[in-house]
Design a protein around this ligand. Structure first.
Ligand SMILES: [Mg+2]
Length: 119
């Protein structure tokens, strides 16, 4: 069981991710709709895993990843990508992202990602 923070500006994506993760026995400790809010919630909630959308208003997922890793180098931030974001993926890897999942969400891929991270 992992405590997970979901950061995504799409309500539909947050709802789908939440249902997949809760069905797998995990607890969603918070939801944020942009990178700045995600960073602030990370600092107060200290979740085991963050799922971080890339394209968001106010602050992108890659910027939020960098701020989180700067504050906590052990943070487990999983980037959520849509098609055509290879450049952002490379930057995220270099910035310390733990893993990647892509939209549309695949249930087994998400369950295995969490298992791999929390053991
Ligand atoms: Mg988005």
């Amino acid at each position: 069981m992992a405590n997970i923070l979901i950061v995504d500006d799409s309500r539909t994506s947050r709802r789908i991710l939440r249902s997949i993760l809760e069905e797998d026995g995990h607890v969603i400790v918070g939801e944020a709709t942009n990178g700045q809010e995600g960073f602030e919630q990370y600092m107060s909630l200290k979740p085991d895993i963050v799922t971080m959308d890339i394209t968001m208003p106010v602050m992108t997922g890659v910027e939020a990843l960098k701020k989180i890793i700067e504050a906590d180098s052990n943070a487990k931030v999983v980037m959520v990508s849509a098609a055509g974001q290879q450049h952002n993926m490379l930057e995220a890897v270099q910035s310390g992202a733990a893993d990647f999942i892509s939209k549309p969400f695949d249930v087994d891929t998400i369950k295995n990602m969490v298992k791999k991270i929390v053991g």
